[in-house]
Ligand binder design. Structure first.
Ligand SMILES: Nc1nc2c(c(=O)[nH]1)N[C@H]1C(S)=C(S)[C@@H](COP(=O)(O)OP(=O)(O)OC[C@H]3O[C@@H](n4cnc5c(=O)[nH]c(N)nc54)[C@H](O)[C@@H]3O)O[C@H]1N2
Ligand SMILES: Nc1nc2c(c(=O)[nH]1)N[C@H]1C(S)=C(S)[C@@H](COP(=O)(O)OP(=O)(O)OC[C@H]3O[C@@H](n4cnc5c(=O)[nH]c(N)nc54)[C@H](O)[C@@H]3O)O[C@H]1N2
Ligand code: SF4
Ligand SMILES: [Mo]
Length: 713
């Protein structure tokens, strides 16, 4: 039975909408599997709102597809039920064998931005100490790495929003680049209402999304650049701001370095040239530059649409440069930020799941950081391995000489969500051991040698750090299903079997206490935060040093570089960006639908969400469809050298004529990532998810099948 009423936050995205879980809803449909009711709770980020995914989130707690017993692949190749001892003993002995044969780096760990802070922290510790491997990375590499790299480079710190979401309420102008918040964080659009009514909402998206439509009726501007050309657009805006002397010279002098070089670097991006590359009219560009510099409350925000490219770090850097030229970061009522995606996408990138990082957002190569964390862990600094490989490279190494032979996956459905998934599937097939912890049978779990059923969201305690860097409590509302185990327990049990001398606590609050110590003095310092304070509802924004206060606004006085100044980093356009698709090609744009979350492993199991978006469809402009002889609803093949996806066409003027849009929420042969490239950004190692070249045609007529059915042909 549920506890009477429990305040917690949504299991899905980084907005972490507040909700209260209570007795099951008597008026719910008889087929509902929700063991608790969900009520939206008033909270600064969601103000009593939830999206469809939030409202239906409790369905997954009771779904028939829930994993309740460990599964081990038998000699017959099938997954069969096993006891926890059998499963864990097997995993530990296989890991030991692989480690002995190939060395500790032959064991890899793949984490997730949905894990609580406690799990993310313990997973990093487990990899480094119990497995002794450097090979740990996570799906945040696919999500926040470009924005994080740009933030670190410019500001010396990476906190997605360095201000509370509510600061946006008083904005006159918001420039939103590559983000479809109306579908990806619906309650967030309430914070854009001020800018909208001031006519100052500017959405940059090659698609005419629900967010872009918020700018209709004089409420702002939608710029629809060719996909992948945002860097050019931003360099054009910077050029214009410089040329018209709209920069905040006093701010640049006091708070930044690098203006002279930056100014030189944009000299050739005059508006008409930008128009010829991006398709955005020069007049609109000039108007926007002036609006941004008008001096009102102004924000620049980025999302995955501009970040998930091979030049994503440079594009995010250009957005930051523009914000700095205008004097926005740290100016009261204004700012720059990136919208973190996953539920704990922010905390998940601070506590050691990243291959180059230790808790507190410390660098694993920094001797002082290693010494500090080693002290907390009770080991010598030499016991902590050095930096490993970022996600794509880690997956490319699967089964290879010197590569990973055994992989442990915690919180990612990587055979759906990774770029170039056909290669990833080959890699997984060549492993000697694949272990997946999950609560549903994701496509990745279905391939595993061992599946460990863990607990989820309303069954566990912990903390999550939202998109504004605020630490929140996740609370248990129901008893977990029998047979499942807490992930902290799983890690502790494996560490014990691997005879790791370090301690692995299984109580979330005690793990958080340890995380506080490990993060102390780091950039993401949590040492002043404790569960009691969070339970009292106090707002805890990091950095929050012991005995100090939290930091809702990070850049009021200084940036995090030693000299307190922000860096203007000149960036340049790669020649490839200037080439559009070949005449027989289209640009594949990928992204999200409101109803599904990520790989869809969770939301495809929620009947209401699946009914609303039951299958993959390719959005195609009617003019393109006509040219290629494609009718609405007809099966089309989208293909390139990496793979082929077959699905119905959805004709819509929302997309540009030279593009086709696919959401990445579907698995197996409907995975958009069969078509995406695993080329990565050289700074962040972010793959190119958003702009890939494809060919499109009506699917072959099923003549063979008609013949089989005996129909005349
Ligand atoms: N419903 C739903 N909500 C989610 C999620 C989900 O899976 N489903 N996931 C969560 C997570 S982890 C994340 S990271 C966030 C992501 O949230 P968003 O960043 O809003 O999501 P995306 O749909 O990936 O991309 C945003 C937009 O970028 C546009 N875009 C594509 N290419 C380009 C380009 O070259 N330039 C520009 N300017 N725009 C481009 C796409 O058309 C798309 O509308 O959402 C979070 N919320
Ligand atoms: N083409 C294309 N590909 C993309 C993107 C894109 O825009 N286009 N976006 C990328 C982005 S931004 C992201 S964030 C990734 C996300 O993609 P994935 O990494 O696949 O994320 P999810 O689908 O959320 O998978 C999480 C899995 O972990 C499980 N899970 C949830 N919570 C826990 C937990 O606490 N413990 C454990 N053990 N399991 C848990 C869920 O049931 C699910 O099976 O996809 C990326 N892939
Ligand atoms: S916007 Fe995000 S946090 Fe809020 S209800 Fe929807 S999925 Fe949950
Ligand atoms: Mo993400």
């Amino acid at each position: 039975m549920p506890r009477a009423s429990v305040d917690t936050h949504c299991p899905y995205c980084a907005l972490q909408c507040a909700m209260t879980l209570g007795e099951p809803d008597a008026s719910a449909s008889p087929s509902s599997t929700a063991p608790v009711s969900v009520t939206a709770r008033d909270f600064p980020t969601n103000r009593g709102g939830l999206c469809k995914k939030g409202w239906t989130s409790a369905e997954l707690l009771g779904t028939a597809s829930r994993l309740r017993v460990p599964l081990v692949r038998g000699a017959d190749g099938e997954l069969a039920e096993a006891s926890w001892d059998e499963a864990l003993d097997l995993v530990a002995s296989r890991l030991r064998g692989i480690r002995d044969e190939y060395g500790a780096d032959a064991v890899g760990v793949f984490g997730g931005g949905g894990l609580t802070n406690e799990k993310a922290y313990l997973l990093g510790k487990f990899a480094r100490l119990a497995l002794g491997t450097s090979r740990i990375d996570y799906n945040g590499r696919y999500c926040m790495s470009s924005a994080a790299a740009a933030g670190n480079r410019a500001f010396g710190v990476d906190r997605g929003l360095p201000f509370p979401v509510e600061d946006l309420d008083a904005a006159d102008t918001v420039l939103l680049l590559g983000s479809n918040v109306a579908a990806t964080m619906p309650p967030f659009i309430g914070h854009l209402a001020g800018a909208q009514s001031a006519g100052g909402l500017v959405v940059v998206d090659p698609r005419r999304t629900a967010t872009a439509r918020l700018t209709d009726d004089g409420q702002g501007l939608h710029l629809q650049p060719a996909p992948g050309t945002d860097l050019v657009l931003l360099l054009g805006l910077i050029h214009q701001v410089v040329a018209e002397r709209l920069v905040d010279a006093d701010y640049l002098e006091r708070r930044t370095i690098g203006y002279a070089a930056l100014r030189r670097s944009v000299s050739s991006w005059w508006p008409e040239r930008v128009q010829s590359v991006t398709g955005v009219p020069a007049t609109a560009l000039r108007r926007l530059a002036r609006r941004l510099a008008a001096g009102g409350n102004t924000f620049i925000l980025t999302g995955r649409g501009v970040e998930q490219h091979v030049d994503g770090t440079d594009t995010a850097t250009a957005a930051i440069n523009l914000a700095l030229l205008l004097g926005l970061p740290g100016r009261p009522g204004s700012g720059y930020g990136t919208l973190t995606g996953q539920g704990n996408g922010q905390g998940g990138r601070e506590h050691g799941q990243k291959c180059d990082q230790l808790p507190g957002y410390r660098k694993i190569t920094d001797p002082a950081a290693r010494a500090h964390v080693a002290r907390v862990w009770g080991v010598e600094p030499e016991a902590i391995p050095g930096p490993g490989l970022p996600a794509v490279e880690l997956l490319q190494s699967l089964g290879r000489d010197g590569g990973v032979r055994a992989l442990l996956v915690h919180g990612s459905n990587l055979v759906v969500s990774s770029p170039n998934v056909a290669a990833v599937r080959d890699g997984l097939a060549s492993l000697e051991l694949l272990v997946v912890c999950d609560f549903v049978r994701s496509e990745t779990a279905a391939l595993a040698d061992v599946v460990l059923p863990v607990r989820q969201w309303a069954e566990e305690e912990g903390t999550m750090t939202s998109l504004e860097g605020r630490v929140l409590r996740r609370r248990r509302a129901i008893e977990p299903p029998e047979g499942t185990r807490d992930e902290l327990w799983v890690l502790a049990e494996l560490a014990r079997r691997l005879e790791c001398p370090a301690t692995f606590d299984t109580d979330p609050e005690r793990v958080f206490e340890e995380l506080r110590l490990a993060s102390e003095g780091g950039l993401a310092d949590y040492s002043g935060i404790d569960y009691a304070m969070l339970d009292r509802g106090e707002a805890a924004y990091w950095p929050f040093p012991r005995g100090g206060t939290g930091t809702p606004r990070l850049f009021d006085e200084r940036f995090a570089h030693a000299d307190g100044l922000a860096r203007l980093v000149p960036v340049s356009v790669r020649p490839a960006v200037l080439e559009g698709p070949a005449p027989d090609e289209l640009t594949l744009v990928t992204g999200r639908l409101l109803e599904h979350y990520q790989s869809g492993a969770q939301t495809r199991l929620v009947p209401e969400l699946l009914a609303a978006e039951p299958e993959l469809r390719a959005s195609i402009h009617p003019a393109t469809a006509e040219r290629l002889g494609i009718a609405d609803g007809e099966l089309v093949e989208v293909e390139n050298a990496r793979g082929r996806v077959c699905c119905p066409a959805l004709l819509t003027t929302e997309v540009r004529v030279e593009t086709v849009f696919l959401p990445f929420h579907f698995g197996d042969d409907r995975a958009a990532n069969l078509l995406t490239s695993d080329l990565v950004d050289p700074v962040s190692a972010m793959p190119e998810f958003k702009t890939n070249r494809v060919r499109l045609r009506p699917a072959a007529r099923p003549a063979g099948r008609l013949a089989e059915a005996g129909a005349p042909i």
